[in-house]
Design a binder for this molecule. Structure first.
Ligand code: ZN
Length: 543
């Protein structure tokens, strides 16, 4: 989506900067605080305050020049200065991730691949060779998530634990988390907050990751160094982020209801009965939450709507991982991007049926369906290994389309409301355009294109003369079941070449889809959240 690349070569004027910012629709993201007891509300306020520090840390991790530049920008009161500052804060740096990281402020260098995790001016090869030369224990530390690499005054390489590199901010964050731990009456929350505060100072995150997996409280905070994508050299170093959220009771109950149906769905999958799993394993935990505040690596450019953590393999092996789904963020994206897309892409009758409830129920089902269907090939290899590059696009397409299959099954059984039948297919169709808009180079977009083209070929979706698309009710059920069977059977076969060929043919943007995409240019790509619940907590504090 390189819309502004041509403009970026020169210093950008206010209008261009504002146009770039307009791709993110401002929206209130809020959560209901009324159910919280006063001491929990006070604890939440402390946790949000700690989360604000992750912004400062993240800016520093991305580029050493970020803080001086921010200081500069914040002192520029001209309209141009304001527009620059707005975009800088939105992207957490002077580069636009929607435009291949092109800079939007004159005079800044290209985005540094090593970020600020490695000594300035060093070469990738030198770091790699040095890491390899170390004894195993030292190498583990030097290549670990929670160290930066620096040079001694004599020029020798060494590693610095985050607890020392970032001790100013982490010390303050630990203090705030301890204050919150003293306030809350929820034992698992108290344990996590205390353990995470300890980790900020000791640099050992293991116990606090375990405590995070065991959280069972109305407040569900994620705060600390997690994802490694900021380190574009080696994906070794973790960037700081926070997602401070509250459990959504209603959706959690719905999720439990859906989970109870899974074996029945597996037993009815439209595949050879031999490929069905007679006894599904335990489910990885999923929490449905509403976001109160997010920051750092968790808040720049396109907003995160769900995440899977922790990344540390030791925890994943011993305790598994947890998926957190941010319902109010999804809802904001739905209102600001999906509804406008449906106004352009869908027939007049279909667009009236698009509903958030159907959209979100399908997202929940998508997550659950990753656990169903064949995961091993006849040769005994895992599907993931056998399918290689094609694997993730196919797996995402499977979760989408079999999610529709499963919801239809539950509607037919009477486990879900009949009205879903009208709303879920059209909501899925609108969301298909949102995914393809992000490009068919990444797995999800490619998988969605495969589904859309298959449904078009089956006559289950048709294109009207005016270019809008509509679901064909008498064909859609059968087409969804057929494609579910085809993907799962292909996965079980482990035939990587056929998978690649299939995606090459169908994982593409066809002219009729392209015509719709071209008309979406004015529709926002994503949201720019304003956290009004977090602001309310702040005014509690100052009272
Ligand atoms: Zn998925």
């Amino acid at each position: 989506m390189v819309l502004f690349a041509a403009l970026l070569a020169t210093a950008m004027d206010i209008a261009s900067l504002q146009k770039m910012a307009a791709r993110f629709a401002p929206v209130e993201v809020t959560a209901d605080l009324s159910g919280l007891a006063p001491q929990e509300r006070a604890a939440l306020a402390k946790i949000v305050e700690a989360a604000r520090l992750m912004d400062t840390l993240y800016l520093r991790q991305v580029w050493a020049g970020n803080h001086p530049l921010l200081l500069d920008l914040s002192q520029d009161a001209t309209p141009l200065g304001r527009a620059r500052l707005h975009l800088f804060l939105l992207y957490k740096g002077p580069w636009s991730s929607l435009d291949d990281d092109a800079p939007f402020i004159p005079g800044v260098p290209p985005r540094p691949d090593p970020a600020n995790f490695y000594p300035p001016g060093s070469a990738k090869e030198e770091i790699e060779a040095w890491q390899k030369s170390l004894a195993p224990h030292d190498r583990e530390l030097a290549t670990g998530f929670y160290t930066t690499l620096r040079r001694t005054p004599e020029g020798r390489l060494g590693w610095v634990p985050y607890s020392i590199e970032y001790q100013d901010q982490l010390g303050r964050a630990a203090e705030l988390l301890r204050e919150a731990a003293r306030l809350t009456r929820q034992p698992t929350l108290e344990r996590f907050l205390t353990a995470r505060a300890d980790a900020f100072l000791s640099n050992d995150y293991f116990q606090s990751d375990v405590a995070w997996m065991e959280l069972d409280s109305s407040i569900e905070p994620t705060i600390g160094p997690y994802e490694v994508y900021t380190d574009n050299w080696f994906n070794q170093k973790a960037a700081f982020e926070a997602f401070i959220t509250l459990i959504d009771g209603k959706e959690t109950a719905k999720l439990a209801r859906l989970s109870a149906e899974l074996q029945g769905i597996e037993d009815a999958l439209p595949i050879d009965p031999k490929l069905r799993n007679p006894k599904l394993g335990a489910l990885a935990p999923i929490k449905v939450v509403n976001e109160v505040f997010c920051s750092g690596d968790g808040n720049h450019g396109v907003q995160t709507a769900a995440y899977n953590l922790p990344n540390d393999e030791r925890i994943a092996r011993e305790r598994g991982t947890k998926r957190v789904m941010l319902k109010n963020v999804q809802e904001a994206k739905f209102r600001k991007t999906l509804v406008p897309i449906s106004q352009v892409a869908l027939s007049a009758a279909d667009r009236r049926q698009v509903s958030f409830d159907a959209f979100f129920t399908h997202i929940l089902m998508h997550e659950l369906m990753h656990g169903l269907g064949p995961h091993q090939t006849a040769e005994g290899a895992t599907v993931r290994k056998a399918m290689q590059e094609a694997g993730s696009a196919l797996e995402e397409a499977k979760a989408d389309i079999s999610g529709l299959f499963a919801l239809q099954l539950l509607v037919d059984k009477g486990a879900l409301d009949r009205s879903l039948e009208r709303t879920m297919y059209v909501s899925f169709l609108a969301s298909a355009f949102r995914s393809i808009r992000f490009g068919t180079n990444e797995a999800h977009g490619k998988g969605v294109a495969l589904q859309l083209n298959t449904l078009l070929d089956a006559g289950a979706v048709r294109v009207a003369p005016d270019g809008t698309l509509a679901v064909v009710p008498e064909r859609i059920r059968q087409a969804v079941a057929k494609l579910t069977g085809e993907i799962m059977t292909l996965q079980a076969s482990g035939d990587e070449e056929r998978a690649r060929e299939w995606l090459r043919k169908l994982g593409v943007v066809r002219p009729e889809v392209k015509r719709v995409l071209d008309k979406l240019a004015g529709v926002p790509v994503d949201i720019e959240p304003r956290f009004t619940a977090a602001d309310k907590l702040r005014s509690d504090e100052s009272r």
